[in-house]
Design a protein around this ligand. Sequence first.
Ligand SMILES: C[S@@+](CC[C@H](N)C(=O)[O-])C[C@H]1O[C@@H](n2cnc3c(N)ncnc32)[C@H](O)[C@@H]1O
Length: 207
Amino acid sequence: MNLYEKYILPPILNCACGLPLLKSHRKDIVLRAKGSVLEIGIGSSLNTDFYDFDEITGITGLDPNKSLLKIAQYNNSNLPDKIHLTGGTSEYLPFPSNQFDSVVVTFSLCTIPQPDKAVKEIKRVLKLKGDLHFCEHGLSHAPKIKRLQRFVEPIWKPLAGGCHLSRDIFRLITDGGFQLFDHETIYATGVPKFVGHLYKGSAKKID
Ligand SMILES: C[S@@+](CC[C@H](N)C(=O)[O-])C[C@H]1O[C@@H](n2cnc3c(N)ncnc32)[C@H](O)[C@@H]1O
């Protein structure tokens, strides 16, 4: 991790990802989680407020960025028994197979370097009837926006910690062996369209 990623990016991500206009989108998805939950790329733990703690037994939050995990620890200081934070990458999840009832991922499949590998790992650690719940941003299907995304991406990516603008999130998830349900794409209000094209939904494992 370079100095930018260690010291400058974490507070920027905490503020940018914490924008109030994203809250309702996070809530829609995070409320769906049940049982034992794994949140990958948890960052500074901006989803904590949206979990229904009556429905879940605990949350394991994983992220490779130690500086973000420190902010997450601070953000969760009133919930020490509910959330367990751990370092690690989603491409190599340090958990046995068939362990979690729900996996949650928000605004991280854009950044994870090998997202196809991460989706396969998510499938492995989910129980047979477990669900993946996601709220991500990615490739627009409007030709003008798509062109802009591809033009801006090389400048955007290093500034935003490796975030891609042009990943097709539904495709990534279905190619990884999941069937989508309750899903939609939508532009987040108040966010430029090249970065605000959201993919929201849930997905079940298929054999
Ligand atoms: C834009 S932030 C989103 C954070 C958080 N999920 C949220 O919704 O606010 C992207 C996150 O992906 C994490 N990340 C990067 N590479 C990763 C990897 N290989 N596995 C898991 N998370 C990763 C980053 O450290 C960062 O926390």
